[in-house]
Ligand binder design. Sequence first.
Ligand SMILES: NC(=O)c1ccc[n+]([C@@H]2O[C@H](COP(=O)([O-])OP(=O)(O)OC[C@H]3O[C@@H](n4cnc5c(N)ncnc54)[C@H](OP(=O)(O)O)[C@@H]3O)[C@@H](O)[C@H]2O)c1
Length: 428
Amino acid sequence: MKDVIRVGILGLGVVGSGAVRTLQENGEAIARKIGAPIVIKRIAVRNLVAKRAVEVPAGVLTNVASDVIDDPEIDVVCELIGGVEPAHSYLMRALDNGKSVVTANKEMMAKAGHDLLLKAHEAHRDFLFEGSVGGGIPIIQPLKQALAGNRVREIMGIVNGTTNYILTKMATEGADFGDVLKEAQAHGYAESDPTADIEGYDAQYKTSILASIAFNSQIDPADIPVEGITKITRKDMGMADLLGYTIKLLGIGQADDAGLRVRVHPALLPKRHPLASVNDVYNAIYVRAEPVGDVMFYGRGAGSGPTGSAVVGDIIEIGRNILAGGTGRLGCTCFDSRSLLPMSSLVTKYYVRLRTHDRPKVLASVANVFGDFDVSLESVEQRPQSDDSVDIVLLTHRTIEQNMMSALDVLGRLPTVIAVEGWIRVEK
Ligand SMILES: NC(=O)c1ccc[n+]([C@@H]2O[C@H](COP(=O)([O-])OP(=O)(O)OC[C@H]3O[C@@H](n4cnc5c(N)ncnc54)[C@H](OP(=O)(O)O)[C@@H]3O)[C@@H](O)[C@H]2O)c1
């Protein structure tokens, strides 16, 4: 009978420090909750002399990963180094060595998590990854446990804090994308290379993890169409506001009888939608399922404390399973292989902003093109500009994406249209 759970950690950066601090500060209460202490036996880093945000006892730090992975006394290995390799190989080896594993690594989970889950299943070990989506927000365990009796129809999330911060600032301060990005970098909310955030790739990884669990199908991130927020302008933000919407970067998964639609893109959301009031660096994931109805999970989607909290929650869950002699309960749930429907067949509403010449019959020529492609219009606003041009802002009714793209293509070549300056999908 075990009387202590020994943990080995790979990485002592932002998340590693948060997890270690939580285990240090709340260790006594955690031990009473699960019936045995959780002891950090070894922590592997690259640089042994770097300054750390937490103090660890002498002899715990090592710069040799195998001191963690191959230590026979360690029960749980937490991978908090990031990237696909060597993280993936390290966890494979830890599972081969009979350990249960935890990670917060969304990129590795999205690109290569499936075989780790299968290996954990074969080895009757647990593999938990709550910190990989939504930082401190519990979403993976709720989907796999409390909501497991449901049929998920839709999962929609604001899963990237950097882009939500930028879009919130643009909306509330009327600021330009580039200026807010610089400010976000100065505050440490955006990386010096912000590509993964602003182009939507980070949200793409997280959406692939969420949709794979929600729809019990392995969804490759490379198959998820992605658009970032770089095309969103101050003008679009202002127009969306006037029309009763806000603009958010969304990771969306929807299931119907035809198949699955999974995508990442900015969208106009009505201000009354629960996700519309999720601002700044906060994240939220909204789930519509039967029979539960609508539920929303909200909180800090990144950072040392929040993500450390998720990692420690996973360690505790595994600790309980080890003490109860029941590891391997929390395995892969991707038993289906439902196909993804192409983006061209999506049916949704669209916001479009055109710059046109200020001449008679321009609006009629634009409306004719939409009519030719069966796109019906819900509202049209004309805004004369100082340079003798007009901004035409339209909202369409629900229409097929392929028709919409064809209409925009023809509009872009119409002599009366100077430019199709922007178009954004509208979600309900
Ligand atoms: N930061 C967040 O808010 C957040 C939120 C959710 C999920 N995550 C995920 O959590 C993971 C860790 O992120 P982080 O922000 O904590 O990263 P980080 O601050 O850069 O820390 C990475 C740590 O890993 C160590 N490391 C890197 N390569 C290593 C190797 N080959 N062997 C041993 N140690 C190695 C580094 O050692 P040195 O310190 O010696 O360089 C460092 O301590 C990533 O997968 C990330 O996507 C992060």
